[in-house]
Design a protein around this ligand. Sequence first.
Ligand code: G3H
Length: 225
Amino acid sequence: MAKRFPEIIINFKIYTEGFGKAGHRIAEAAETVMNETGVIIGIAPGYMDLHPMSMHYSLPVYAQHIDPVKPGAGTGHILADAVVSAGACGTLINHSEKRLTLADISLAVEIAKSVHLETIVCTNDVFTSAAAAAFSPEFIAIEPPELIGSGVSVSSADPGIIENSVRAVKNVSGSTKVLAGAGIHSGNCIKTAMDLGADGVLLASGVVKAKDPYAVLTDLAGGVI
Ligand SMILES: O=C[C@H](O)COP(=O)(O)O
């Protein structure tokens, strides 16, 4: 059977609603919806919550970033090895709010792969998606920066960027999956993104800042089924 992968990944960012008890409320809701619907939901909490959340929940847990450095005499870096030890199965790389140079993306992907960490490289346009696909990450997450946190879905505001990124990525790396992100907030947004060729979505505010994350996640999962 083919390996299952998350169709929905929630980035908790550094929202006040995303860590400590509030973060656990979101993770609990995600786990419940995953169990009820069978849709795989990944979470990317802050570093301090990686270990507790990977211990408490059956959800795939991702780091929000790793630094392109190896263990040794360095200080204050986020090591791929350390997030693996904390229980993460993968990591975002080059998120719009934590950009890296192309050389650093390449190195971060290489280091992540060397410790069997799944890589989700975030990109801002079709050309960057094609460039990042050359590193053969497990996922590319295409997110137009101007729509991030806007509540306006990339699926409706810029469907072309999803369709063209999927084509560009698959031309370079057939096994890389494409996530669509920015403003995703409903099952309809996901369904449209998947109809355009995306394999899933990366989202944040629509769930993390929701009054009822369970209700939003139930609606989101409905778009996948
Ligand atoms: O990592 C998630 C993306 O930046 C999307 O954020 P958003 O869903 O708040 O627009």
